[in-house]
Design a protein around this ligand. Structure first.
Ligand SMILES: [Ca+2]
Length: 110
């Protein structure tokens, strides 16, 4: 086996693992309505699916508040179809990642 196959391969996999996790979480939730015969797009998050995702995968304190979820949906739904596609979801994750990174940079420079 080549000596460069070890740590380098693992490093490469970290980003792919992150992408794969995002896809898995998104599709797990996005397919719920259609799998229950509610006829919604199985590749997009409805408001109900967003709420569930915020409860199970983000531990979002305001997930029980319909007004907060409605507000979030409006803000994230860039094309106005009242559902979140993968791009709209990932934009949201990027915003959160940048906010956490900013905190990390501030704390690290203190
Ligand atoms: Ca949308």
């Amino acid at each position: 086996m080549s000596s460069c196959a070890g740590p380098k391969m693992q490093r490469k996999d970290r980003i792919w693992d992150a992408i794969s996790t995002l896809m898995k979480v998104f599709h797990e939730h996005a397919s719920k309505d259609s799998s229950e015969g509610k006829g919604k797009d199985r590749f997009k998050l409805s408001k109900r699916e967003l709420k569930e995702l915020m409860q199970t995968d983000f531990d979002f304190d305001n997930a029980q508040d319909p007004a907060k979820i409605e507000e979030m949906m409006k803000e994230l739904d860039k094309d106005g179809d009242r559902q979140l596609d993968f791009r709209e979801f990932v934009d949201f994750v990027v915003t959160i990642a940048c906010a956490f990174n900013k905190i990390h940079e501030v704390e690290d420079s203190e």
